[in-house]
Design a protein around this ligand. Structure first.
Ligand code: LLP
Length: 463
């Protein structure tokens, strides 16, 4: 069912019917490999383990709530994307999904590039040691200061998002004596989320320059005229948590159409095409994401076919997966607090975190699964709703799930597939402290983002 939930915008947040849970699973202790990180399993005592360490030990050491990232899994997924796309293409990890210096180092070591969309993400990328030429700078409203810093640090490309920005970036580059490599982000009139995509004449949203009405062609005309810019390609991003490749097909068709028009008008064949990110992951066992090699093959074929038809040299393709790399690699570990059975309805299981560490359920009606992690249980399944500790009834982490009926305060439960857009969208609502991110690998655990403290909160509050 999670495929009908819109992961990237509240305007679709009403699509899920009430009570959209499926039947209880045959085995409540089973850990579906689709949603759990690769090294996750249960030890002989039934305790969940990751990277060779059990969650009881991890909770004692690092506290709860906490996000645990399976480093080997992250690296394997990054490598799989890299090798699927090969030497003739580039994979830019989308830092918005989750970014820290350790992650930047892993990406660098695995040969990926990095997409950032704010000064803060750029600072983290550089501090983590990503070479500037492997960074792409995005955003629909980059500040003069951000643009200046991006150009000064030597980012490989800036993705231009508006007519104003074309002039602004050109001006800043020229004043710094630089010629900045840029792409223009176009709105192709395709919006894709999960299994549906909508292709319309134009899109009613803030990103990019519409292809419609010749606007993108005009943007290209202007960019080609400016000395401060080296226009290297066209960028398109059509949505997030997408399973269906047909939206990419329409996008590629339209982007290649623009490349053909540019060649016909200016005699220039732009060498790059970026098809953005958005590839979906499994949040529950019902989701069936594609493997990177299938995606690379499908995208490569689409672009080659379109270019052949337009008699263009096939440009270098790049993609920007965020969720598909980091999403499945982490789970959030919570301690169970109060448990409230509501007769005839469900049991409310409160945990020590909530919408401050995972806003996706409240914001997008996203679906998650959950498992009792500190032990196995033979008890009957109990229809549960996992809720947080915030002062808000919409503070739901897992809307509908089955947990064992003998669940008790003090048990640890884990929510898988929380690697993307959970820590990166975490807040301090109710002055709840943001959890740490702990990387686990080969029997070693290391904090990569530490837990926030009350001191951190009070440091910002200048009294
Ligand atoms: N490239 C661009 C230009 C993007 O805007 C995005 C995501 C990505 C790449 C990466 O998309 P991904 O592969 O991670 O789907 N907060 C929402 C998702 C927002 C995505 C925004 N842009 C969520 O939690 O579902």
């Amino acid at each position: 069912m999670s495929r009908s939930a819109h992961p990237a915008g509240p305007r679709h947040a009403d699509v899920l019917p009430e009570g959209h849970y499926s039947a209880p699973p045959a085995d409540l202790n089973a850990l579906d490999a689709k949603v759990w990180a690769q090294t996750v399993g249960r030890d002989d005592d039934g305790v969940v383990t990751v990277g060779g360490l059990d969650v009881k030990t991890l909770a004692e050491r690092f506290g709860t709530p906490a996000y645990f990232v399976d480093e080997a899994d992250f690296r394997a997924r990054a490598r799989a994307w890299r090798s699927a796309f090969g030497a003739d293409a580039d994979v830019f990890y989308a830092g918005k999904a989750f970014l820290s210096r350790a992650v930047v180092r892993w990406l660098h070591e695995e040969g990926l590039n990095l997409d950032v969309c704010s000064g803060g993400e750029l600072a983290t990328a550089l501090a983590g040691g990503m070479p500037a030429e492997r960074i792409a700078f995005h955003g629909n409203n980059k500040s003069t200061e951000e643009i200046t810093r991006a150009i000064e640090s030597g980012v490989g490309r800036i993705v231009l998002d508006s007519f104003q920005e074309i002039v602004r970036v050109a001006h800043i580059a020229e004043s710094l004596g630089r010629r900045q490599r840029v792409q223009i982000r176009v709105t192709v009139g395709v919006e894709a989320h999960t299994h549906e995509f909508i292709a319309t004449a134009h899109e009613d949203q803030k990103f990019g320059v519409p292809l419609a009405g010749g606007q993108a062609a005009e943007a290209v005309r202007r960019a080609l005229r400016l000395d401060g810019l080296e226009l290297v390609g066209i960028h398109s991003h059509i949505g997030s948590q997408i399973f269906d490749m047909s939206g990419f097909e329409v996008a590629a068709h339209r982007v290649v159409g623009l490349l053909r028009d540019i060649r016909d008008e200016h005699g220039v064949e732009l060498p790059e095409i970026d098809l953005g990110g958005g590839l979906g992951i499994a949040y529950t066992g019902d989701d069936d994401p594609r493997e990177p090699h299938e995606i690379a093959k499908a995208l490569g074929e689409i672009v080659s076919r379109e270019c052949e038809a337009a008699r263009l040299r096939t440009p270098r393709i790049s993609v920007e997966p965020g969720r598909a790399i980091v999403g499945p690699t982490a789970f959030t570990l919570y301690e169970v607090g109060t448990i409230k059975p509501l007769d005839g309805l469900r049991t409310y299981v409160s945990v020590d975190g909530g919408m401050s560490d995972n806003i996706r359920t409240a914001l997008y009606d996203a679906e998650y699964s959950v498992a009792l992690a500190s032990r196995a249980s033979d008890a009957e399944p109990m229809l549960s709703r996992v809720v947080g500790k915030h002062c808000e009834s919409g503070d739901i982490v897992v809307r509908d799930a089955f947990l064992p009926a003998d669940l008790a305060p003090g048990d640890l439960i884990a929510v898988p597939a929380t690697g993307a857009y959970c820590r990166s969208m975490a807040s301090n609502y109710n002055h709840v402290l943001r959890p740490p991110v702990v990387a686990v690998s080969d029997g070693e655990a290391r904090v990569i983002v530490r837990r926030e403290t009350e001191e951190d909160l009070l440091r910002l509050d200048v009294g």
